[in-house]
Design a protein around this ligand. Structure first.
Ligand code: ADP
Length: 742
């Protein structure tokens, strides 16, 4: 197998690996549980047991095969039989060479290369080692796209519960050691002072010192364990949320990008709360009861009743401020997100703001939102500080009452004065967790608000929504059809309705229409980016929503009206999503489109740096980059939305020639344009209005009709241009605006 490794996705060493030579087994176990999307399905003990049975890395395929069956059973994956030939329909599939080398084959690139994830990282390969075998990995579990935010957090957070267990264990030991201080005081008062036993005092002091040092070490260990676990959780959470965002279907994308980024980032709040509450519930809170029991044991029921009463009082005080903190947090989070939204809007539209002099209006909105967010923050701070001060006051009161009750009980001779001192120290420990309640309440309220907005994002539909197993057709001919399609933007938004539109394989069609007629919308429907509320969009007779998005990205080349580039280099942008394209291929495509001038004119050539969003390149240059990338991907179906809108006539002409050549091998093309020059590429024209298709026919026939004065009535039927002076004739004539002359 000739594999090009492009990155390191494998964990080369693992604490779980019993020995170094089972690296492959450890890797496979991790990858399969990832494929199964069932992180946390296996307990640590199960993982260890499976790894102990894994063959050594040097063992041949036969030894691995039996183990793989064992692992797939444990991961609730079903494996089909082994096949000698890889097949796209089998993706994701496991590959095993006769020497026991293995990898998970994830996808097939448009250029025929296979994307493979192996113990040494991600890579691409064109040819397989002789004797390599393949088996399909079938997932039986809840598709991640259908998980709620709550389920996602639960799975990620408790995928590995060890950290909670260790943290709790350390807390238990630490708290037991903390007892030493109070017992030390008790012994000093009761045994050392009355008997002047200085040697006892030295022994006791050394013992107490050791206990304090041990407690410190345990706390440090707990912090290390929890931080390590939380770093993993953080990475998994952010990766899962970002993946979810990437998988959202385009028509589901919330329109407020800034607010959306605020909402997405709020997972940090949930993570912080989850870790705090887990530790609180597992380690701190139970110890309030434990210390209460010790007080009961040392000081008797009267003395123990005092901290119990104050414990209940402190919880009630926390509860009273809960709903107000929650309301303030909800409003504060909303204002914070809107502020972020405005910031993104102002930065991206800075030029328009300056040109139009609208800065002060945005500043007013910014100040309003700032005031709201600051007010809510201050409210939360005030509420939490109030309950914190109240808790502290209760703690002091508890101490005084405790000493008073203890002293009274001691005078009756039931307990010693040492016991009173010990109980008063322990009473502080009972109320310590209670002091954490106000802070936890604030975190909880913020996390609840964050959870609500994240849940709304998780409820949005993803690509291939509700499709159990998306189709991965290997051969695509490029037949497109819209059947009884109706699509609207939101309940009151504008939409389009197209009862029928057929585009044959290899056919090249231009969609014309006035602005707002719905041309771009049709293109997005044809690309499967939008799902119609009614009817179906078919590619080669298959519902496009059923075809895997990854496969669609390979066979459909979509050029949006507004091209977005990504921060990085020109090469990164040209090769986005493409594999195994060498510089020569890139330069050839650039030569064809005219991008070569940009590459040659910059000292860094293909490594020309591109700023975030493509800043630094003109609109026409961005279009050239996107068009060149499309040439490199050589799609079967081209969907081009005003591909040359920002180009000068010379560059446009060059691009038209390049497109003609690129489409010469029978590619299907749908082109939205206002430019006459581009019509050279097509043989058919469809004229669209918001009411639907009004003209559809051979290019020259439709052009003659348009030039001859056929107009499009609001009812959607072509009619003759209205005669002057005839008020009843249709007045709207959008077809006159469908083309520019060039
Ligand atoms: P065209 O490409 O023909 O100019 P579009 O397909 O972009 O038209 O838009 C068709 C109609 O849908 C327009 O009236 C436009 O206002 C509306 N529209 C387009 N995109 C959105 C969107 N994301 N949200 C709401 N309405 C939209």
């Amino acid at each position: 197998m000739n594999m090009t490794t492009t990155g390191d996705a494998g964990d080369k060493s693992s604490p779980a690996s019993p020995n170094g030579n089972k690296r492959q087994g450890d890797w496979l176990l991790r990858r399969l549980s990832l494929v199964a999307r069932q992180d946390g399905l296996l307990s640590r003990a199960q993982i260890e047991a499976l790894l102990n049975q894994a063959p050594d890395d040097a063992m041949p395929a036969a030894a691995w095969r039996a183990w793989i069956v064992m692992v797939s059973d444990a991961c609730k994956l079903q494996m089909s039989g082994w096949s000698d030939e890889p097949d796209v329909a089998m993706l994701p599939m496991l590959m095993l060479t006769p020497e026991g080398e293995m990898g998970v084959v994830l996808a097939r690139g448009a250029d025929g290369s296979w994307r493979i994830d192996g113990p040494d990282g991600l890579g691409y390969t064109h040819d397989w080692q002789p004797g390599a075998q393949f088996t399909k990995v079938e997932v039986s579990g809840v598709a991640p796209a259908r998980r709620s935010a709550k389920a996602f957090f639960k799975e990620t957070f408790f995928a590995d519960r060890r950290w909670v267990f260790y943290a709790a264990l350390v807390a238990v030991l630490g708290n037991i050691l903390a007892l030493a201080t109070s017992l030390y005081s008790m012994q000093v008062y009761d045994r050392v002072i009355p008997t002047q036993g200085f040697s006892t005092l030295i022994v006791l002091s050394v013992g107490a010192l050791i206990a304090i040092v041990l407690e410190l070490l345990l706390k440090l260990a707990r912090s290390a364990i929890v931080n390590e676990a939380l770093s993993h959780i953080d990475i998994n959470l952010s990766s899962g949320i970002f993946e979810r965002l990437l998988n959202l279907r385009m028509d589901q994308f919330p329109s407020q990008v800034g607010s959306l980024s605020g909402q997405l980032r709020s997972y940090e709040t949930i993570r912080a709360f989850n870790s705090a509450i887990s530790l609180f519930a597992c380690s701190d809170a139970p110890f309030a009861l434990f210390f209460l029991a010790v007080i009961f044991w040392v000081g008797g029921p009267f003395v123990a009743a005092v901290p119990l009463v104050f414990l209940i009082l402190a919880v009630v005080v926390g509860q009273l401020s809960r709903s107000r903190i929650e309301r303030a947090a909800m409003a504060g989070t909303g204002a914070g997100n809107r502020k972020l939204g405005l910031l993104v809007e102002a930065v991206s539209g800075a030029e328009a703001l300056k040109a139009g002099g609208g800065g002060w209006q945005v500043l007013t909105r910014w100040n309003d939102l700032s005031r709201e967010s600051v007010r809510q923050d201050a409210d939360i701070r005030h509420l939490s500080e109030t309950s914190q001060y109240l808790s502290a006051a209760l703690q002091q009161l508890s101490y005084i009452c405790m000493v008073a009750t203890g002293a009274y009980v001691a005078t009756t001779g039931s307990i010693t004065s040492g016991a009173v001192v010990a109980c008063s120290i322990l009473s502080g420990r009972v109320l310590t967790p209670v002091n954490m309640i106000p802070g936890l309440l604030v975190q909880w309220a913020n996390a609840k608000a964050a959870h609500k907005s994240l849940e709304a994002i998780f409820a949005l539909r993803c690509d291939n929504h509700e499709v159990e197993r998306p189709l991965v057709p290997q051969r695509i001919e490029g037949r497109l059809s819209l059947q009884d399609v109706a699509f609207t933007y939101g309940p009151e938004g504008q939409g389009i309705a197209i009862p029928r539109l057929e585009i044959a394989p290899g056919e090249r069609v231009a969609i014309l229409g006035a602005i707002g007629a719905g041309k771009s919308t049709v293109l997005r429907l044809l690309g499967g980016f939008y799902c119609p509320q009614q009817g179906r969009v078919l590619l080669d007779g298959l519902d496009i929503q059923q075809i895997s998005r990854d496969r669609l990205s390979e066979v459909l080349g979509y050029l949006p009206q507004h091209v977005s580039l990504f921060g990085g280099t020109l090469r990164d942008n040209l090769l986005l999503g493409l594999s195994s394209k060498d510089d020569e291929q890139v330069l050839r495509a650039a030569q064809a489109t005219g991008l070569q001038a940009l590459i040659a004119g910059h000292p860094k050539g293909l490594d020309l740096p591109i700023a975030e969003g493509g800043a630094g390149l003109s609109g026409g240059q961005k279009q050239l980059v996107a068009l060149t990338r499309l040439m490199l991907s050589a799609p079967k179906v081209w969907l081009l939305d005003e591909p040359t809108a920002c180009m000068d006539s010379q560059t446009e002409e060059r691009c038209i020639v390049a497109l003609e050549q690129a489409m010469a091998d029978g590619a299907t093309a749908v082109l939205v344009t206002h430019k006459h020059a581009l019509l050279r590429l097509v043989e058919r024209i469809v004229v669209l209005t918001p009411q639907g298709v009004v003209l559809d026919g051979a290019r020259d026939v439709v052009l003659r009709q348009l030039q001859g004065g056929v107009v499009v009535s609001p009812g959607g039927n072509p009619s003759n241009r209205p005669q002057p002076g005839n008020p009843s004739a249709p007045r709207s004539a959008p077809s006159a605006q469908v083309m520019t002359t060039r």
